[in-house]
Design a protein around this ligand. Structure first.
Ligand SMILES: Nc1ncnc2c1ncn2[C@@H]1O[C@H](COP(=O)(O)OP(=O)(O)OP(=O)(O)O)[C@@H](O)[C@H]1O
Ligand SMILES: [Mg+2]
Length: 301
């Protein structure tokens, strides 16, 4: 069963962090967060409670600065929530070591500014670190090559990570996240540098992997149409909390888009999924006669 819901208060249980448990259950209970410093009394996230149950693709949407990355960082223990807690199958993530957490949780950060003076193969191999034990290098390398193949970047295997394009970086970081073989994978705008073909291919693949590998995939996206096309459920953040939650057709509505992003939009249905068409409310600069400036080729010499 795949579901997403506002958290119900009664579900307290204890269990070993995932283990062989076939069903993933992420319970977020009254999560709040504020950054220390100048605006420390101001919560970026306030009292967020929700429950995500079952392997699925969940997208987190919301405008710049709303707290999407902060939210993910609170879920995977990069940040400590200032209030509330996150439980995975009953276990509070605060009670789990980073190493144990890394065995079940993967994270593909926003366009990496990391500098790895390493080959692509070695960079992706870093994803195997939480599982590494003596004698397993051959297995690890096999998994690395499987992931390079899956993402379609085998040809980059021997290239230096620092000499790749932004889109190639993004694919390598994705392969690294998948090589970790997590049960829960967080991705921060994983397709922001990809061309349209790969935006589709990678997001479709994430959806497929959620089924095949029984994995919960939670990704942040600014591409509302891609998120609507593939997500099982969507979380829309606004003003420090959840503004809307549920199936794409229930969340991607003209009213929600106007409220949260402050832009006009029509929504049409395409193959059962909502598709957003942006409307420019400020059309004063728009040329009704559709006369465009022509860029002419200028003969030189
Ligand atoms: N390290 C930090 N210290 C202080 N404030 C921060 C820090 N990181 C983020 N913020 C602030 O917290 C708020 C939420 O930031 P966050 O990066 O989570 O937004 P976001 O929704 O991921 O935005 P975007 O779509 O631009 O990536 C913003 O106002 C941001 O300026
Ligand atoms: Mg962000």
């Amino acid at each position: 069963m795949r579901s997403i819901s506002i958290r119900s208060k009664e579900s307290e249980q204890s269990a070993i962090l995932l283990g062989d448990d076939p069903e993933i259950n992420v319970d977020i209970d009254g999560l709040s967060f504020s950054y220390k410093g100048a605006d420390s009394d101001k919560n970026v996230l306030s009292d967020i409670s929700l429950n995500i149950h079952g392997a699925q693709l969940v997208s987190i949407l919301g405008p710049n600065g709303v707290g999407k990355s902060t939210f993910i960082h609170c879920l995977n223990k990069i940040l400590d929530p200032t209030g509330g807690c996150v439980r995975i199958n009953g276990t509070n993530v605060q009670d789990v070591s980073i190493k144990d957490l890394a065995k079940v949780m993967g994270y593909v950060p926003y366009t990496s500014t990391d500098n790895f003076p390493l080959s692509v193969t070695d960079t992706v191999l870093m994803g195997r670190h939480p599982h590494s034990k003596w004698g397993s290098l051959d297995d690890d390398l096999r998994i690395v090559h499987e992931m390079l193949q899956l993402i379609g970047i085998e040809d980059l295997a021997e290239r230096n990570f620092n000499e790749l394009s932004a889109g190639q970086h993004q694919k390598v970081m994705l392969a690294r996240g998948l090589a970790q073989e997590p049960r829960i994978l967080f991705l921060d705008e994983p397709t922001s540098n990809l061309d349209v073909r790969f935006q589709l291919e990678i997001t479709r693949m994430l959806k497929r992997l959620s089924r095949q590998k029984n994995m919960l995939v939670i990704m942040i996206s600014h591409d509302i149409n891609i998120a609507a096309k593939y997500s099982d459920n969507i979380i829309m953040l606004h003003g420090g909390g959840i503004y809307a939650l549920g199936k794409p057709q229930d969340v991607i509505t003209p009213d929600n888009i106007r409220h949260v992003y402050e832009v006009g939009a029509d929504v049409i249905m395409d193959r059962g999924r909502p598709h957003l068409i942006l409307i420019d409310d400020d059309d004063t600069d728009y040329d009704d006669d559709h006369e465009y400036y022509v860029v002419e080729k200028v003969a030189v010499g």
